[in-house]
Structures are given as C-alpha cells and as structure tokens.
Design a protein around this ligand. Structure first.
Ligand code: SF4
Length: 218
C-alpha cells in the first residue's frame, strides 16, 4: 500500500445518525475493509468494494462539501489502514471536528487526541464478542469519546448492562445503547434500562428513521 493512498468505499454528505452528534451535518468518509463479520452488519458492501484514492484528493473532496460540517471517518474499519491516522490529524489541523467510528478490536492509542472516538463494544449476538480489545477502554476520555453497544436480544442487553457496571464504562466515555434495526424493539430496551437505572443513553439510528434501513449512502 502506498503511503499516499487509502482504499475508500464512499465519501458523502448527510446528517450524523448516531452518537451525541446525531442530527448535525456530517461528511462521511467510509473506508474499505473490516476484520470482523458481525452477524447484523449493515455495511457489508464496505468489506471489499472501493477504490484506492490519493490522500490529498480525499482531503480535498471533504473540503469541497459543507465546510462547517463535522467529518466522520467510518467503515468497514478505518484503523485497518494506517494511512488513516495522519489524514485524521490533517483534518483536525484544518479545524474540522473529526469523529472516528471504530469496531473496538484494534488499538486506538495512535489516534490523534483531538479526534472523538466512537468505539463499539461487541455484544454476544454479533458473533464477535471475543474480538473486543478491552485494553482500549482505559485510553478513552469521558469528555470526548463515546462507547457504543448494539443490541440484538435480551441476552445482549444483559451483557451490556453487566459490562457497563463491572467496567464502570461511564468513567471512560459516554455510553450509547442502540438496537439492531427491526430485530429488537427499542421500547423493550428503554424499559429494561429504566428498570435497571442504567447510566447510558439510548439512541435510535436517525438516518434509518428518515430514509429506511436499505437506503445506501445516507
Ligand atoms: S465492525 Fe462494523 S463494518 Fe465490521 S462487520 Fe461489524 S458492523 Fe460491519
């Protein structure tokens, strides 16, 4: 891999659908490739489809959209490509608010400290729970980073509740719970959270509520 390229699935302007940034205009930079295969993955097209782009062209494409928008680097799994690290730094240097969506299986330590890390913790029904890199949690910053758990069942909820408590996740980042679209009723999860007094934020995937689950590029 040339040090001047990244394999990119798509770059587009939309609104941020998740996290505490939900609802804000956002340029998405979706990289190609992921080491995981979550059973409910909603972006399998990013496993391999994409083209190798010059990093300067990527930064120029992002700059060509709404210059006030936040920028999210997502995937696939962006940290599979080491060249993504200096690109995120360049975007921060340019004054952009940069979010990184990462699967939680790769080391987050090299990420520029100005980047807002939104890190997954995989639950059992994903089929990838054994890939959680728990040592990442200690490197997250509660004032800047977020921890996301996607639930597909009551068992996933119980797993999430227990790790939130046992690992004191709110001390490391804002904790977000969401459901696999169309698989688990959000009303059930909210009821369980309230019953358990769980210190977490429930979120719906805004983009799917607006455009539906099957619309690509939103
Ligand atoms: S980590 Fe994300 S992109 Fe990779 S398989 Fe899981 S849901 Fe899909």
């Amino acid at each position: 891999m040339s040090e001047h390229t990244l394999k990119i699935h798509e770059i587009y302007l939309s609104i941020q659908g998740e996290s505490t940034f939900a609802g804000l205009p956002c340029v998405f930079v979706r990289t190609t490739g992921c080491p995981l295969r979550c059973r409910w993955c909603d972006t399998p097209q990013a496993f391999s489809e994409g083209e190798r782009l010059d990093v300067d062209a990527i930064v120029a494409t992002v700059a060509g959209y709404d210059s006030t928008a936040i920028v999210e680097v997502t995937g696939g799994e962006p940290l599979m490509q080491k060249n993504v690290l200096p690109r995120m730094t360049a975007l921060c240097d340019a004054g952009r608010t940069v979010l990184l969506e990462t699967c939680g299986a790769l080391d987050v330590v090299p990420v520029d400290p100005r980047v807002h890390i939104i890190m997954d913790i995989k639950c059992p029904d994903s089929g990838e729970v054994q890939r959680n890199r728990w040592e990442n949690v200690a490197h997250l910053r509660p004032e800047r980073d977020e921890i996301k758990l996607v639930l597909a069942s009551r068992d996933d909820y119980v797993f999430a509740r227990d790790v939130i408590r046992e690992r004191d996740l709110p001390r490391h980042g804002r904790v977000l719970l969401s459901t696999v679209f169309g698989v688990l009723d959000p009303a059930d999860v909210v009821a369980w959270m309230l019953d358990d007094h769980l210190p977490a934020r429930f979120q719906l995937q805004l983009h799917k509520a607006i455009w539906g689950a099957e619309t690509p590029g939103v």
